[in-house]
Design a protein around this ligand. Structure first.
Ligand code: ADP
Length: 525
């Protein structure tokens, strides 16, 4: 059937539901390579993007195929998987490793997903034992990268390239994501294109979802790659004496994208460049920023099964009041409709501005507000939040775990949503918040800058205001902005206008798919 992989996408039943004008004029064949794709595997935004973008592109008539590793969590995702007869063989140093291809589909689509099975590399994740996709928990509670991550993702990268002839795929575009697939553009140009001209014709896009994670390994790992040592130089794979896979992706891909226009600019500066700003400046002609989309099938207050009351833009006041009461009851906060309730749902890591929250809390919590935080991550932030709850039990509630249902209930029940991030490549929660009438309070960085319009007399008059934005990464700036939001909250007509403007915006993947399509078309010869 494998030649039918492409045909399946074109002949999809979804086709009938697409208006003629919404189809792309020139259908493309696109292969995605990613270490995550929802619902098979997700640790963050990467999984969401690769789970949603191929589907949105397929709805425009493109033919998409996704490759992911077959982790334990993928087997438990509740999506049927079927083994194929196809295997790939990958040399790593002196050894050869075999992988078997399994097939599935992205839910609600005809997009084929190939999962690469390799027991030794990918069947180890087990949350109960503290084993994740990339890291495991040490006895003291700290997380550490798996020692063989280089081999694991070298294997995955080459397995994708090996699978192309095996499955007779030959895409127009090979779209790679993050450091885990950074070797694919390198192999494509340095090895596979030399072997077979059909590889030469494949254009390669590389997307950076978060520059802070680069996949940096010791230089002797070059020996495992089978690549020429001449590539280990400061313009290509070398990074301060080490091997940097993200850098490889950036240097060797035909086009590089990242997940918001502001982040695309920021990562070219020393402040946000994580040591790669000069490389990105050097390659700026091929660098593009496209903001992530939202899956409104999962995030829509009109249909959200997790909410105690569903609501639309017309019924937002009554609907949110019910959700707010239920949230206050659940978290043991005083049940008061009039008190502004600020929500946060986040990984508890430095990037997310938690040190700022800690510094701003004493002043912020002098106000008549409630703060609800859902998150998990570094122990220091767990402790910090516990201290806040201890000191202000009637104002602060913190739930320190991963809880999908509660994340939705916070979006539904909170009046405002706080994201004081130090940096934020795209950010999804502010987009959910806009849809849920939960007015975002954000720092002016990355995707937050591209998606939230600050409330000012001018933007209110123009009808474009959607949230509260602050620039300086200081506690006083945050406190001032929260005060500004609280003040506006008590001006009901203005608040309703801000909610309405956000709720009516469209941040769906349908629109983003058009931008990716334009990016791919730039590569057509
Ligand atoms: P990042 O990818 O940097 O973590 P994003 O805002 O792009 O940030 O995406 C985070 C996603 O993870 C959102 O869907 C958010 O709701 C979800 N999330 C983060 N922490 C939790 C948690 N503790 N419980 C439930 N969902 C969470």
């Amino acid at each position: 059937m494998d030649n039918d992989t492409w045909k399946a996408a074109l002949g999809s039943p979804a086709e009938a539901t697409i208006a003629a004008g919404e189809r792309a004029a020139a259908p493309l064949r696109i292969v995605f390579a990613s270490s995550e794709a929802t619902p098979f595997a997700k640790t963050g935004g990467l999984g969401d993007v690769v789970g949603a973008l191929p589907r949105a592109l397929a709805e425009r008539g493109h033919q998409c195929v996704v490759f992911v590793p077959l982790y334990n969590c993928a087997r438990q995702a509740g999506v049927p998987l079927e083994p194929t007869k196809h295997h790939v063989s990958v040399p790593i140093g002196n050894e050869t490793h075999l992988g078997r291809l399994w097939r599935s589909r992205l839910p609600r689509s005809e997009v084929t997903v190939y999962l690469i099975e390799q027991e030794r590399f990918f069947s180890r994740d087990d949350p109960a034992e503290g084993k994740g996709l990339y890291q495991y928990r040490l006895p003291g509670g700290k997380m550490r990268d798996y020692e063989d991550n280089f081999s694991r993702f070298l294997f995955f990268s080459r397995a994708v390239l090996e699978a192309i002839p095996v499955l007779d795929l030959w895409p127009d575009v090979l779209h790679c994501n993050d450091w885990q697939t950074g070797l694919i553009p390198v192999y494509l140009r340095e090895l596979y294109s030399q072997r077979d001209p059909r590889f030469q014709a494949i254009r390669c896009v590389f997307t950076i979802h978060n520059l802070a994670y680069q996949g940096v390994f010791w230089h002797w790992d070059m020996m495992l790659t089978g690549l020429d040592w001449k590539l280990f130089n400061w313009r290509q794979l070398e990074f301060y004496g080490k091997l940097n896979l993200l850098k490889g992706g950036i240097v060797f891909a035909d086009l590089v994208s990242t997940v918001s226009p502001t982040y695309a600019r920021e990562i070219q500066t020393p402040e946000h460049g994580c040591g790669l700003d000069d490389v990105l400046r050097h390659h700026r002609e091929k660098l593009v920023g496209i903001i992530n989309g939202v899956d409104y099938d999962s995030w829509n207050p009109e249909t959200d099964p997790f909410l105690p009351a569903r609501y639309s833009v017309e019924t937002v006041a009554a609907g949110k009041a019910k959700c707010k009461t239920a949230l206050q009851v659940r978290l043991g906060l005083p049940v008061r409709t009039q008190v502004p309730l600020i929500g946060m749902v986040t990984r508890l890591v430095e990037q997310k501005g938690l040190d700022l929250l800690a510094m701003a809390a004493p002043q912020m919590l002098e106000e008549d507000v409630q703060l609800v935080v859902l998150g998990t991550g570094e122990a220091v932030y767990h402790e910090m939040l516990k201290r806040l709850v201890h000191r202000w039990p009637n104002r602060v509630a913190a739930v320190l775990k991963f809880d999908e249902a509660l994340a939705h209930q916070i979006e539904g029940g909170a009046d405002m949503f706080l994201m004081p991030s130090r940096f934020e490549p795209a950010g999804l929660n502010q987009l959910y918040s806009l849809k849920y009438g939960t007015v975002p309070i954000v720092r002016k960085t990355g995707g937050l800058n591209d998606t939230v319009t600050d409330v000012t007399p001018q933007t209110l008059a123009a009808g474009t205001a959607t949230g509260f934005v602050f620039k300086d990464y200081t506690a006083s700036s945050l406190v001032q902005t929260v005060r500004r939001a609280i003040h506006t909250y008590h001006d009901e007509p203005t608040w309703r206008q801000i909610q309405r403007t956000g709720m009516l915006q469209d941040w769906s993947w349908r629109r983003r798919a058009i931008e990716y399509e334009q990016l791919y078309l730039r590569l057509r010869r």
